[in-house]
Design a protein around this ligand. Structure first.
Ligand code: DAH
Length: 345
């Protein structure tokens, strides 16, 4: 074989061996410069062309050497890139089994849990939920509810006034009056209105100047006290257990006639008598009554056609009984140690 072709073959062999030792991108670049670049060894072979006899055979040999080395170089380049990617993936791998950074989650105040529970019970019975408003007018908080300006029962509900007409509502009952007055057509109503109420009070274990109530109102044709009793009995059973019973005691509220206090048989002792029910077997849970015809009339419902019942539940009281909370002030002190005892739903 022509000596120059032999030299070409040798150069090719050496280049391929050289390539075997290349292990990173830097040495790959050096390899390229040494062998394949314009000034590299393979190109340099062409300077010999003047000395060879069979120029065509030599040219072909140089070309095939260049092609072989170039192909091997490309292969190496791809292999190095794949390896680099693999390393990167290996090093950057995220361990999904590691626990994440815990984000502190707040807890729901227990009085909210009670509101949600009561709301669910009445939603199941087809009631709508009305929001009411915290700042009320004298008219909605008192007058439409049959408590005129000079009525003595106002004394029990002294509150925070803004001028003569506006006040922080003393009772969610104001929401009843709104619902009735705002009904464009005087159609039947089944509503509850959970929310805050405010009264001037000296705070202690059982009194708070702010508290929550859930108001209920049903207005329809032919509503009697039997509907009131059946509804509240169902509510008491769902809230405090299937075995509970209720009893109605006569009472007084200006906006209902007749008015009752509703007791539930003690869910702690089952009615035998214990510390929770103060030995009586009964626990008072809410006030209720048949909507006073004067209220219906004042709010635009004809009392000759419509009748209704209403009730008001003290939320904190129910929460205190349910969760064994000893002091009403805990609901409003934002002490995380207290709040964290209650589950997040
Ligand atoms: N508003 C009354 C209160 O704050 C509770 C109440 C009693 C509401 C009887 C009613 C009701 O709707 O019928 O003490």
């Amino acid at each position: 074989m022509d000596q120059h072709i032999q030299t070409t073959e040798a150069l090719k062999k050496q280049a391929l061996e050289d390539l075997e030792r290349v292990e990173d991108e830097k040495s790959l670049e050096e390899f390229y410069n040494r062998h394949l670049a314009k000034k590299g060894k393979i190109s340099a072979l062409m300077t010999l062309i003047g000395m060879v006899a069979d120029k065509a055979a030599f040219g072909a040999a140089v070309n095939s050497a260049r092609q072989a080395v170039t192909a091997a170089f490309e292969q190496k380049k791809a292999a190095l890139a794949a390896k680099a990617l693999e390393n990167k993936l290996k090093n950057d791998r995220i361990d999904l089994t590691l626990p994440g950074e815990p984000t502190p989650i707040g807890h729901i105040n227990p009085y909210r849990l009670i509101i949600d529970e009561v709301t669910d019970i009445f939603l199941d019975m087809g009631y709508e939920v009305c929001e009411g408003r915290d700042v009320e007018t004298d008219r909605f908080n008192f007058e439409l509810l049959n408590v005129p300006k000079d009525h003595p029962s106002r004394d029990m509900q002294d509150t925070f006034y803004f001028g003569d007409d506006f006040l922080l509502r003393t009772q969610t009952s104001a929401a009843q009056a709104h619902r009735m007055c705002e009904a464009e057509e005087k159609r039947p109503i089944r509503m509850i209105a959970p929310g805050k109420a405010y009264r001037r009070d000296d705070d202690d274990m059982t009194h708070s100047h702010q508290f929550a109530q859930i108001e209920g109102l049903v207005v329809d044709k032919g509503i009697s006290i039997a509907h009131l009793k059946a509804t509240l009995e169902l509510f008491a059973k769902k809230m405090f257990g299937q075995k509970r019973e209720i009893r109605l005691r006569s009472s007084y509220f200006p906006f209902t006639e007749p008015s009752v206090e509703v007791d539930v048989s003690c869910f702690n002792c089952g009615g035998k008598g214990c510390a929770m029910c103060k030995g009586t077997g009964w626990i008072e849970i809410l006030g209720a009554g048949m909507v006073n015809p004067r209220v219906l009339e004042a709010c635009g419902y004809d009392p000759e056609v419509y009748s209704g019942f209403a009730f008001g539940v003290g939320v904190e009281r129910v929460a205190m009984l349910r969760y064994g909370i000893d002091d009403i002030r805990r609901f409003y002190q934002n002490d995380f140690r207290f709040l964290k005892d209650f589950p997040i739903k």
